[in-house]
Design a protein around this ligand. Sequence first.
Ligand code: FAD
Length: 463
Amino acid sequence: MAIIDTGTQQFDGLRDRMRGVVIPGDDPRYDEARQAWALAAEQHPAAVAYPVDAADVVEIVNFARAAGLRVTAQGTGHNAAAHGDRLAESILVKTSEMREVSVDPETQIARVAAGALWTDVVPVAAEHGLAALVGSSPDVGVIGYSLGGGIGYLGRKHGIATNSVTAIEIVTADGRLRRVDADNDPDLFWALRGGGGNFGVVTAMEFRVYPIDELYAGMMLWPVEDAARVYKAWRDWTETAPDEVTSMARMIQFPPLPEVPEPLQGRHMMVISAAFIGSGEAGAALLQPLRELEPEMDMFGPMPVEGLMRLHGDPEEPSSHATDHALIDELPDEAIDALVDAHGAGRGSPLMIVEIRQLGGALGRVPEGAGALEKIDAKFLAFTGGMIIDPDQAQVIERAAREAMALLAPYSRGRTYLNFAERVTNTRSAYSVETHQRLQAIKARYDADGLLHGNHRIETAAA
Ligand SMILES: Cc1cc2nc3c(=O)[nH]c(=O)nc-3n(C[C@H](O)[C@H](O)[C@H](O)COP(=O)(O)OP(=O)(O)OC[C@H]3O[C@@H](n4cnc5c(N)ncnc54)[C@H](O)[C@@H]3O)c2cc1C
């Protein structure tokens, strides 16, 4: 292994050439700089660099190559835990100083700089009556989310976000800033859309946004004692639901905190949330079978498209959590009963949420010109986890999350969805053999020496 001098002097040459800031390991600001959104991730890179533009990124890549270091980009660090402890020889490129966003209402294309969050994009698109394929969290980074797939409440109608990407600007290992699209470096364009941050540092991205006139969305909540019957009725309802609706069913233990709405503080509930693209009248008719389950609270109604990014109620401050997930092909009664028996009423489960997302529709279809992650090949996506408030609880929550997903193993082919894989993961589990081999071949073509890496790593076949 190379001996890395992370002292200030080593990075003087880079500092002189960049407009942004470089923070090496012996800088008093290092501990703050190395922190990720996911607070449980322990990142110890050789240095943290904050480029302000693409020219800075070119300097970082050229400097790292000459210094024998590697480079990895990070928008927010929502999925920083996937790095594990493998950052010692890498410059961590934090893109938080690059947040420009614009939306062209004529072409219905949004353009964002590397560090834009969904909360930067959604209101700008909404001004033009356009909706972006945001996920459940407003402060997730657009680039990380889109390079990994991107499943949100408009997904069954408009597919995974990565398949709406139309162009990517990226600095590759040779230090070149390229504009990559269906006609320019098409193999690289294919690899980036689902292959994650392994092929360069993205400096800007363009993607389609969609006109949405009316949206009917919200949540229904029941006491968790009703979980099994609600999960099962919801599962049956999903069988015939049109692509215009995307929904999720979750058991949630709401913490007794002031930021939680008062009637829910400290309660364990069963929650269905959904978004329907269409009128309130049509939405109400569609949801009637769920209403007949007599929820304790019903918060559905017309919603502006900006509302979508907060529908789920995800945490917006950096948080410490342990999670697991599973892509599943069926959700029989036995699977629901097993989850509810283990984590339902009165079980003392350490898991804050046990969530099943409805997939299918456009999420499960391959559009023309799709990228490496061409669709999500499963009927449901299960996700579970808990907040680590006391560090001693971390392993307990992690084990409970793994065990909960193990209950679903009989209904899964063991595929992973890398955006939801928040630990070191073998990327072969996310693709077919042919797709993974093609990703490796493209990696070898653009980055034979492995200068760049993502959190979920695709190395050349030789590495
Ligand atoms: C609370 C929460 C809610 C979420 N909700 C959803 C959801 O609804 N749907 C969904 O699909 N996913 C969801 N996710 C998962 C999320 O999409 C992934 O964690 C994603 O990787 C986050 O991207 P980021 O840029 O914010 O995170 P980061 O950890 O900063 O980035 C993840 C990876 O993306 C790559 N990357 C980021 N920026 C660049 C760049 N400029 N150039 C090259 N590579 C780059 C890198 O490999 C990086 O390690 C959620 C995660 C959390 C924690």
